[in-house]
Design a protein around this ligand. Structure first.
Ligand SMILES: Cc1cc2nc3c(=O)[nH]c(=O)nc-3n(C[C@H](O)[C@H](O)[C@H](O)COP(=O)(O)OP(=O)(O)OC[C@H]3O[C@@H](n4cnc5c(N)ncnc54)[C@H](O)[C@@H]3O)c2cc1C
Length: 342
C-alpha cells in the first residue's frame, strides 16, 4: 500500500492550514484494506479531499486516504446505474454524467470533495441531495475485515447526516457508491435562482446556472481558503421558533415535516454583527456569514477560535448553539468545538 511518513497536509485541506501527519496510508485495492488493520490501534482519520475538515493542531492522527478510482456505467431499459470509486472527484462526476446524458446530479454541481465523502454528510444543494440517487454504498468494515453492501435504507440518510456519522462512525471506510438514475428526468427548479429557468430547460443549462450562482455566492477555496458552510442550520422546536419570531420578524425560517423549524445559521451570525469579523488571520466571510475563511496564514487553531467566538455570540443573542458542519481534527482524532482547548 502507498504510504508516507511525516506528511504535510497543507495542500490536502481546503482551509489550507498546515498540519503534519505521522503516517499517511492510501489503500487502493482490497488487499491494501486487509493491511490497514495494523494501523487502526491508534487514533486515525479518513480523509477525502479535506473540504469539510479543519485540522486544529500542528499534528494530525494517522491519515487514511482512500485511493479507489473508476466510474462504471451500466444502461438499463429505464435508466442508468453508475458505480463510482471513493477517490473520484464529485464535481467531475457530475460533469461526466450530464455530458453523457445521465441526469439528476446537475443541482449538486461544484460541491467540492470526493465521491467517498458524499454519503457521509449526505451532501445537498438546490433541493437535491446525494440520498435521492444513492442505490448502495460499498463499505469495508474494519472489525470483520470484510466488504459490505449497504442499501440506501441502511445508510439512514438525513439532513447532512447518515449512519456513517452515527453507528458506523470510524467503523469502516467507503470504497465506492452506486447511483441510479431514471431516464424520465425532470429538472428540479424550485430553489431561488433556478426558478427563473424555463420548465423545458436542459440538464446542462441547470448545471451551468448552479455553477454560476455558486460562483457568485461562495468564495473559491483556491483563492480564499474555506470549507463552505462552517455551521449547520439549526433546527428548533415550534415553541422556540414562535418566541424568536415574535422578536425578530424578518427571521428566515423553514418549517419541517415533523413540525420543528429550521433556521438560517448565516442570518443568525449576520444579526450577531459578525459579518466580516476577523480574528487570528481568519474571518467571517463578508458576503456569506456562514462561511469562515482563512485570510492567508491562519492556523487551524486560529480558525477554530473564531468559530468558538461565533458560536458564543449567537448563543448569547439568540439562545441557539450552532453546531459545526466541518469536522475538527486534532492529533488525538476528531474533537468537538467545546472540547478543544482554544
Ligand atoms: C466552497 C465549498 C462549498 C461547499 N458546499 C457544499 C454544499 O453545497 N453542500 C454540501 O453538502 N457540502 C458542501 N461543502 C462541504 C464539502 O464539499 C462536502 O462535505 C464534501 O462531501 C467533502 O468531501 P471531502 O472529500 O473533501 O471530505 P473530507 O473533508 O476529506 O471528509 C469529510 C468527512 O467524510 C469522511 N470521509 C471521507 N472519505 C471517506 C471514505 N472514503 N470513507 C469513510 N469516510 C470518509 C471523513 O472522515 C470526514 O468525516 C462545501 C465545501 C466547500 C469548501
Amino acid at each position: 500500500m502507498k504510504s508516507a511518513s511525516q506528511f504535510q497536509l497543507k495542500q490536502s485541506n481546503s482551509f489550507n492550514v498546515a498540519s503534519i501527519t505521522p503516517s499517511l496510508y492510501q489503500p487502493a485495492s482490497y488487499a491494501d484494506l486487509d493491511d490497514l488493520a495494523e494501523v487502526l490501534n491508534q487514533p486515525f482519520y479518513i480523509l477525502g479531499e479535506g473540504s469539510n475538515t479543519l485540522f486544529v493542531e500542528d499534528e494530525t492522527p494517522v491519515i487514511i486516504r482512500p485511493g479507489f478510482k473508476g466510474v462504471d456505467i451500466e444502461e438499463t431499459c429505464d435508466g442508468y446505474r453508475v458505480r463510482v470509486g471513493a477517490a473520484e472527484n464529485w464535481h467531475q462526476l457530475v460533469i461526466r454524467c450530464v455530458e453523457q446524458g445521465i441526469y439528476g446530479l446537475e443541482n449538486l454541481a461544484l460541491i467540492p470533495g470526493s465521491v467517498g465523502a458524499a454519503p457521509v454528510q449526505n451532501i445537498g444543494a438546490y433541493g437535491v441531495e446525494f440520498a435521492d440517487y444513492c442505490q448502495e454504498v460499498e463499505w469495508f468494515e474494519f472489525s470483520s475485515k470484510s466488504v459490505k453492501t449497504l442499501s440506501r435504507q441502511d445508510c439512514q440518510f438525513g439532513y447532512r447526516d447518515s449512519v456513517f456519522k452515527g453507528a458506523l462512525y470510524n467503523q469502516g471506510l467507503i470504497i465506492s457508491v452506486t447511483l441510479i438514475f431514471p431516464k424520465n428526468w425532470q429538472a428540479k427548479l424550485s430553489y431561488h435562482g433556478l426558478d427563473v429557468l424555463p420548465e423545458d430547460v436542459s440538464a446542462l443549462d441547470v448545471m451551468k446556472q448552479v455553477i454560476a450562482i455558486r460562483e457568485s455566492k461562495l468564495p473559491d477555496p483556491k483563492v480564499l481558503p474555506n470549507a463552505g458552510s462552517f455551521f449547520k442550520n439549526p433546527v428548533v422546536s415550534p415553541e422556540q421558533h414562535r418566541l424568536l419570531a415574535q422578536e425578530y420578524h424578518d427571521m428566515p425560517s423553514y418549517p419541517q415535516a415533523d413540525k420543528s423549524v429550521k433556521l438560517a445559521a448565516g442570518w443568525l451570525i449576520e444579526q450577531a454583527g459578525l459579518k466580516g469579523f476577523m480574528l487570528n488571520g481568519a474571518a467571517v466571510h463578508d458576503k456569506q456569514a456562514l462561511v469562515l475563511v482563512n485570510k492567508g496564514c491562519a492556523s487551524g487553531k486560529g480558525i477554530s477560535s473564531l468559530a468558538k467566538h461565533v458560536q458564543t455570540c449567537v448563543l448569547d443573542k439568540f439562545g441557539i448553539k450552532l453546531q459545526p458542519e466541518v469536522r475538527l481534527i486534532a492529533a488525538r482524532g476528531e474533537v468537538e468545538l467545546d472540547e478543544f482547548e482554544q
